[in-house]
Design a protein around this ligand. Structure first.
Ligand code: NAP
Length: 336
């Protein structure tokens, strides 16, 4: 199978049209099976996926070590095609508690030094601050990454969950390849001012939460027990009446998916793929089975009538509940 590719902005690399988000293999969705995670990365590379996304705070280094092992044990040709996208800056305690963000230039270089070691690579392909540090102008953080680019430790600069004004300031400082941000059928917030800004500036989107953390995958059920450290146990969209409302949307989507002979997850991913060549969905698969399902979305052709039918049953503001709990929302420059 030949994997389609998309460009990360005007200055970034060509990447597979779907990237693999590795977070759930280590943390935030109740942990993962390490061996299956590595097998999933190998299967993704074999299928032509080139973009591997992580954060240094996903399991506090666990995810980077896992990716490092997967890269070391992959065939050389696959390893050479792999591109790493790494987020930094989130501060957490040993109990996993979140305690802010650090975008100071000295911290940027320190974070990068550890990530290079854990990943076992001599450069990171796309490096980005996970959330804006309110105490550090974005120019300073981006400037520090630009220094890492000059020295060869980083190839491209990315952004994460920032709004149009910050995007413009960052782009005025150095070339920006992509903005990583939540985007999917029930998370359409970027369409108002963020997507127009990235399009004007030639910056791509790497979209996460395409399945709203599994909520609109077609596999999530109301009786699913979530561990206390599972993000979804505290996410407004997964609580009580909100959850039921959102799962009703999934059932409406399931009918359309059924008519097309595809799964709910595939139609949700295909919808994001259809929103523009500048958008690269990150797939949060942590097993080979889910990966195979996700990759099937690349073969789903949605015409204008399909897109209209989908948006009729899941309109832009259809979701019940914010995409993050209040404390986490407060850190989103993209929501200001
Ligand atoms: N920049 C940021 O702020 C930010 C935030 C969050 C994530 N990210 C990145 O984006 C990546 C993707 O985000 P996400 O994990 O929230 O994405 P997602 O695709 O919305 O959710 C992944 C969840 O969907 C479930 N799922 C069910 N069917 C699936 C299928 N066919 N394929 C994939 N998953 C399926 C998985 O559950 P099971 O494994 O239980 O089946 C998993 O829990 C992350 O891995 C991370 O790298 C970035």
């Amino acid at each position: 199978m030949t994997m389609r590719t998309r460009s990360l902005g005007l200055t970034g690399p060509q990447v597979s049209a779907l990237g693999l988000g590795c977070m759930g293999m280590s943390a935030l969705y109740g942990g993962g099976d390490r061996a299956e995670g590595i097998a999933t990365i190998h299967a993704a590379l074999e299928a032509g996926v080139t973009l591997l996304d992580t954060g240094d705070f996903y399991g506090m280094g666990h995810n980077e070590l896992l990716i490092g092992e997967a890269l070391r044990t992959a065939p050389a040709a696959r390893r050479q095609q792999a591109l790493t996208s790494v987020k930094f800056g989130a501060l957490r305690g040993p109990d996993g508690a979140w305690s802010g963000y650090d975008g100071r230039p000295a911290a940027v270089k320190n974070f990068a030094a550890y990530s290079l070691q854990r990943l076992g690579v001599d450069h990171i392909d796309v490096y980005r601050l996970a959330r804006l540090d309110p105490d550090v102008p974005i120019e300073e953080t981006v400037g520090a990454i630009a220094e890492l680019v000059e020295k060869g430790y980083v190839r491209h600069i990315g952004l994460s969950e920032v709004g149009a004004e910050t995007i413009r300031r960052a782009a005025a400082t150095a070339p920006i390849a992509d903005l990583q941000i939540e985007y999917g059928l029930i998370s359409r917030g970027i369409e108002k001012s963020i997507l127009p800004a990235t399009r004007e500036l030639g910056i791509s989107i790497t979209a996460y939460g395409v399945l709203s953390r599994g909520l609109i995958s077609g596999h999530f059920t109301a009786d699913r027990k979530l561990a206390a450290d599972d993000f979804r146990a505290h996410s407004p969209r997964f609580q009580g009446d909100n959850l039921q409302h959102n799962l009703n949307l999934v059932e409406a989507l399931r009918k359309i998916a059924g008519q097309k002979g595809v799964s709910v997850a595939q139609i949700a991913i295909a919808w994001v793929l259809a929103q523009g060549e500048d958008i690269v969905p990150l797939i949060g698969a942590r097993s080979r089975e889910r990966l195979a399902e996700s990759l099937g979305a690349l073969d789903v052709v949605l015409d204008a009538a399909d897109l209209t039918a989908i948006e009729e049953v899941v309109p832009a503001d259809a979701a019940a509940g914010e995409r993050y709990a209040a404390a986490a929302m407060a850190h989103l420059d993209s929501e200001r």
